[in-house]
Design a binder for this molecule. Structure first.
Ligand code: IDP
Ligand code: MG
Length: 162
């Protein structure tokens, strides 16, 4: 496999599931040509979240973030493709919906800001997660998926895009 073909971890957060926009978001990921090699609906636990958000556990927003992430099931995915880590980050957009380009998933499906959420005493919700870096992607895939849950198959159009 080319060193540029990567796997990244993606999660559709509980607000995406509750709003019924999972199918739309998955279509956008598939439309890029990237390949979904793992997919399941899971309920996040404190144990999973403390590993997943290791760098945020001690931050003031962590308690609210954990509450948000446990608010309902999430759809966990492993997405494979050329520069999949960077490509998924581009597709999801900036963390704060106020900054997210309107063509990105966070820009299309939210119009929030962290400042507003703080002022209004609301949980800040932003639809989707994707690993920020290759090391983080490897770590997160291992947290959420067993090796045997990942599929090895060829997409119909794979010869055209790789
Ligand atoms: P990312 O999701 O774009 O990688 P991170 O900085 O890694 O952004 O933060 C992880 C998640 O934590 C964000 O997606 C968001 O849900 C939440 N978050 C980050 N910073 C804040 C904040 O200042 N207030 C509330 N929630 C935050
Ligand atoms: Mg992050």
């Amino acid at each position: 496999m080319s060193e540029y073909v990567e796997r990244t971890f993606v999660a559709l957060k509980p607000d995406a599931v509750k709003r019924g926009i999972v199918g739309d978001i998955i279509s956008q990921i598939e439309n890029t040509g990237m390949k979904i090699v793992g997919l399941k609906m899971v309920q996040a636990t404190d144990q999973l979240l403390e590993q997943h958000y290791e760098e945020h556990v001690d931050k003031p927003f962590y308690e609210g973030l954990a509450e948000y992430m446990k608010d309902g099931p999430i759809v966990a995915m492993v997405v494979e493709g050329v520069h999949a880590v960077d490509n998924m980050r581009k597709l999801i957009g900036d963390t704060d919906a106020r900054e997210a380009h309107p063509a990105t998933i966070r820009g299309q499906y939210s119009h929030m800001s962290m400042d507003h959420a703080d002022e209004a005493g609301r949980l800040y919700r932003n639809i989707i997660h994707a690993s920020a870096e290759k090391d983080e992607a490897e770590k997160e895939v291992n947290i959420w998926f067993e090796e045997e849950e990942l599929q090895d198959f060829e997409q119909a159009h794979e010869q055209e895009v790789r």
